[in-house]
Design a protein around this ligand. Structure first.
Ligand code: BGC
Length: 688
């Protein structure tokens, strides 16, 4: 007679029952083993109980090129998996799509790739707030706005988990610059922490119930996040109801006070190696009665729950299939780039170009030829090595084949395309790279000089920007008629740039960050010395006023504002209806308007809803994003767009009450095409 399956291996049983069963079988020593990494980006396997390795992989815009495959038992790793994973557009471009459904599809595809290399956890989404564009990791993150970040993060998590791969939402929290990232202390007041830096993570936890969160390197108000009991245990786990596991960033526990503080704070698994969770010391503490037993089991339980959620004890045939580098993933990468590129300028409708009228084009700038994904290091841990990458020159050459001649002389060409931008470099010029911040905001001397010399010879010059964070373009922006932001657009970037320039694709992305004119406008930029000599502390003096919240309050004009982006068609907004003039504590307001594509090309518009708390006696921004919808409209088509508003949407964090409160009084509703292109204003009053 076949022996009965233990409960934890029995797929028909409830997951919590399986967790308790497995927890009950573990010895103290086995529990100690499980709570830290021991090579392979995984805690050790425990053979006695058939607990396999729990492999983790970066993240966040493609699977890392690890050689050895480990993970759920029975999953085969393709021999050629190294250097063969889909390179998707990076975080800032994902957010530029303003399309959570698309990002959910991406999450599912990324999960398939993660499983194909035998891993259980994907180290993303990365969703730190883009406090300013000088942060070396801005390219990996979503936005300066917590609502947009939260919605994108929640979508990515839903996608990953739909294929039973654990996300590791990172870097929790306030890891907003890279200088001295392992040790720096971020000093942040409570209202700012809650409303800006925690808010996006709170949205993700409440909307998508993620199975993993990564604690960041930095300290907050003097305490490392990995041992910050209030942040991890009290806010994340208890207040928000997070049911997953907390994994430390790689080495983030190194400088902490040690075992007791980490366990009590709720640092469930220490990665990348066993720095603090020393097994002998844990045993000694237990014998001496110094071990925080009551917290330890809760920590281990969370890891076991995640193992069960990803299917580590289930029949491998019952798990979603691992698939890597498939054609549909490559097409998805292309679609994300299509929706996430942003048309920043298009004077006299120079774009789209007519393939039948143009005879010659010229392409300039080294960015036309760089393969950003395949370039060594690709920006740090997020590097992806795709099997191919179409550069802008290749994409344009493919498009023009047999129709347009590519020439070298700007004067001879009908149209010139100049590619400029940043790189994944660590150097003093400053680039989009983990571990260092940008020192320079503009592009230096050579790139603007190139643009200006080309446009002098040929006024039909289009600038294509390839970068992962805004940069100063004052030296050339006013001189050129058209600018397209392509970001680090993934492995299909060149095809997508060509499709947009020639009008096969109508651009529909909008900026998820403000684009300041110059470095002096960036009030939160670190000084040169902070980035060279290790800074110990950064005081977030600006409080809640970052990004558009700052530019609005100071009446500073950015070059391009938050939420901005052009299309080849026109949209008409009409008929704003607000369901009532009063909102009550448990009530809601329905807000709707009509949006019509009045041009000749199919396209998509991103409609944004902001709320302005007009009479606040307290610190409030002039407006805050409270909703957005991306709507696809055929030429001539009209649709109704609807939003819902509750008292939660107007609440602020009151430090005296230590809670979210909605103030009684009047508020403005702003509906628009960007944070500064408001089409309607209406108002309502809030009464408890
Ligand atoms: C990075 C994380 C990354 C981890 C593992 C760390 O240095 O900050 O984003 O997931 O390494 O590679």
């Amino acid at each position: 007679m076949a022996s009965e399956k233990p409960i934890y291996k029995d797929e028909s049983k409830d997951i919590e029952e399986r967790v308790e069963d497995l927890l009950g079988r573990l010895t103290f020593e086995e529990k100690c083993k499980l709570c830290a990494g021991e090579g392979n980006n995984s805690p050790p396997a425990i053979e006695r109980l058939d607990i396999p390795l729990f492999g983790m992989t970066d993240g966040p815009h493609g699977v890392s090129p690890y050689r050895s495959g480990v993970g759920p038992s029975g999953v085969k790793i393709p021999e050629d998996s190294e250097g063969a994973s889909t390179y998707f557009p990076t975080g800032i471009q994902m957010a530029s799509t303003w399309n959570p459904d698309l990002i959910e599809d991406f999450g599912a595809a990324l999960a398939e790739e993660t499983r194909a290399v035998g891993r259980s956890m994907q180290l993303g989404p990365a969703m730190n707030i883009c406090r300013n564009p000088m942060n070396g990791r801005t390219f990996e993150y979503y936005s300066e706005d917590p609502l947009l970040s939260g919605k994108m993060g929640a979508a990515a998590v839903r996608g990953l988990q739909s294929k039973r791969i654990a996300p590791c939402v990172k870097h929790f929290v306030a890891n907003n610059f890279e200088s001295n990232r392992f040790k720096v202390n971020a000093v942040i007041d409570e209202q700012t922490l809650r409303e800006i830096y925690l808010k996006g993570f709170e949205i993700v936890v409440k909307e998508s119930d993620p199975w993993g969160v990564m604690s960041s390197y930095n300290k907050i108000n003097g305490t490392y996040v990995s041992e910050h009991k209030r942040i991890l245990r009290e806010i994340l786990k208890e207040e928000w109801g997070f049911s997953g596991m907390v994994v430390s960033d790689w080495g983030a526990t190194k400088h902490t006070s040690g075992i007791k503080g980490l366990i009590e704070a709720g640092l469930d698994v220490e990665m990348g190696s066993r720095f603090m969770y020393n097994i002998d010391e844990m045993k000694r503490m237990k014998e001496a009665g110094e071990f925080p037993e009551e917290y330890f089991d809760d920590n281990i339980r969370r890891f076991l729950r995640t193992m069960l959620r990803v299917g580590n004890f289930d029949d491998p045939d019952s798990l979603p299939e691992g698939r890597i580098n498939t054609e549909d993933h490559q097409l998805l990468s292309r679609k994300m780039a299509e929706e996430g590129m942003i048309l920043l300028k298009n004077d006299n409708s120079l774009l789209p170009l007519n393939i039948n009228k143009i005879k010659k084009i010229a392409i300039f700038g080294k960015h036309a030829d760089i393969k950003f994904g395949r370039k060594k290091l690709g920006g740090g841990s997020s590097a992806v090595f795709p099997p191919y990458e179409i550069t802008v020159r290749e994409g344009l050459t493919n498009k023009c084949k047999g129709k347009i001649e590519i020439v070298e002389d700007a004067e001879e060409a009908d149209v010139c395309i100049v590619c400029v931008g940043l790189e994944h470099s660590h150097d003093f010029k400053g680039g989009d790279h983990e571990g260092s911040d940008r020192l320079r905001y503009d592009l230096g001397i050579l790139q603007p000089r190139l643009v200006n010399s080309v446009v002098k010879k040929n006024s039909n010059t289009i600038v294509v920007c390839i970068n992962g964070s805004p940069f100063g373009m004052e030296k050339f922006a006013d001189n050129v008629p058209a600018i397209l932001e392509a970001w680090y657009g993934g492995m299909e970037i060149g095809n997508v740039v060509a499709d947009i320039l020639f009008g096969n694709v109508n651009p529909s992305g909008k900026l998820p960050v403000s684009w300041p004119k110059s470095k002096s406008d960036i009030h939160t930029a670190l000084s040169l010395w902070d980035t060279i000599i290790p800074i110990k502390e950064v005081v977030y003096e600006e409080g809640i006023f970052i990004g558009y919240r700052y530019y609005d309050s100071k009446n500073v004009n950015p070059r391009f504002c938050f939420g901005y982006g052009l299309s080849y068609t026109d949209f008409e907004y009409s008929n704003l209806i607000v369901s009532a003039t009063e909102l009550h504590e448990r009530g809601k307001l329905n807000i709707s308007c009509m949006i019509k594509n009045t041009g000749e090309m199919d396209g998509a518009e991103i409609i944004q809803l902001y709320i302005s708390d007009k009479n606040a006696g307290i610190k409030r921004p002039k407006k805050e994003l409270k909703g957005f919808k991306k709507v696809f409209l055929k030429a001539g088509e009209e649709k109704k767009v609807e939003f819902e508003l509750t008292s939660g949407d107007i609440a602020y964090f009151d430090i005296n009450a230590n809670d979210w409160l909605a103030r009684e009084g009047s508020y403005d509703i702003l509906v628009g095409a960007s944070s500064r292109d408001i089409k309607f204003r209406n108002n309502f009053s809030y009464k408890m």
